[in-house]
Design a protein around this ligand. Structure first.
Ligand SMILES: Nc1ncnc2c1ncn2[C@@H]1O[C@H](COP(=O)(O)OP(=O)(O)OP(=O)(O)O)[C@@H](O)[C@H]1O
Ligand SMILES: [Mg+2]
Length: 275
């Protein structure tokens, strides 16, 4: 695999900022507002994600996390406000430029009949010509990079295994390898561990944290388990009724901040070990 490592190293675009270095913004959400049927699902939300930073988005069910993420990825146009990725307005990023944002979903969203490797290669589709993509004709460098990504998530030996025969935790690792192969500026992960057992979930978050650190990618990840945010995130952004009411370095996300965010309004009970 040494060649794969060399290819991956040569194509790595950025590195995380070291301690004390300024982080350039990967994502800027500025006054983002989205209303459904006259009711704001997200209301004037402003926050940023820096290079190499892992931001956990917390909030009760219905607080607006998925709606916010759909706006961040350009899947949904906000009524007001702006989303910038590496300084560029997501609304005007078309086609291949959208590859700067990679998505990780709760339900993995792999192509079940394809191998792990072919699923990871899908992350290269935005980088190859459309005819190559249609014919799934990836060149050697793309294949080596995909193998390197599988290696990084600990699944090199499962490269040829069909996706639907992998465990849930393994499938989410493949999805992260696919996101890595895309070489994005930003990874947006909406409840990526909600379908996994605690150990597999922690492993997935450790991987996302590692991608942020090693590749300088910004990671924004919604969670219902506060203790996982504390363990893996650099910052906590908290939504309540669509508004951003918490934006703190994780070490300052203390008991009062927890109560401010969840207060007496949360009845889900699914917040992991409280503060
Ligand atoms: N397409 C839509 N049409 C109407 N209302 C919507 C739509 N999408 C979301 N909403 C509403 O917006 C609010 C926020 O929903 P959202 O799915 O963003 O919450 P969430 O924080 O992701 O919740 P959960 O933790 O349960 O996933 C909810 O009141 C929801 O009913
Ligand atoms: Mg949601």
């Amino acid at each position: 695999m040494s060649e794969a490592f060399a290819v991956a190293a040569s194509v790595a675009k950025t590195r995380a900022a070291g301690p004390g270095e300024a982080r350039s913004p990967r994502l800027s959400a500025i006054g983002v507002t989205k209303t459904f049927d006259g009711r704001p699902a997200i209301d004037d939300v402003t926050f940023g994600v820096g290079e190499g930073e892992f931001v956990a988005v917390l909030g009760s069910s219905g607080a607006g996390k998925t709606t916010l993420f759909r706006c961040l990825t350009g899947l949904l146009a906000p009524d007001r406000g702006q989303v910038r990725v590496d300084g560029d307005d997501i609304a005007v990023l078309q086609g291949r430029a959208r590859r700067r944002v990679a998505l990780v979903f709760q339900q993995f969203n792999l192509v079940s009949r394809l191998s792990a490797l072919d699923n990871v290669l899908a992350g290269r589709l935005g980088h190859v010509s459309s005819w190559r993509g249609c014919l799934r004709r990836f060149d050697r460098a793309d294949r080596l990079l995909a193998l390197e990504c599988l290696d990084r998530v600990g699944l090199l030996r499962q490269a040829t295994q069909r996706a639907d025969t992998l465990s849930g935790g393994q499938q989410q690792r493949v999805a992260i390898a696919r996101a890595m192969a895309q070489q994005p500026s930003l990874i947006v992960a909406d409840e990526p561990v909600a379908s996994l057992d605690p150990a597999a979930g922690a492993g997935v978050l450790e991987l996302l944290q590692g991608v942020a650190r090693a590749d300088g990618v910004g990671v924004v990840c919604s969670l219902h388990q506060v203790q996982l945010a504390r363990a893996y995130a650099d910052r906590v952004v908290g939504l309540s009724h669509g508004r951003c009411i918490v934006d703190l370095p994780v070490e300052r996300f203390d008991q009062p901040a927890f109560r401010l965010l969840y207060g007496a309004t949360d009845s889900s009970g699914n917040r992991g070990a409280d503060a």
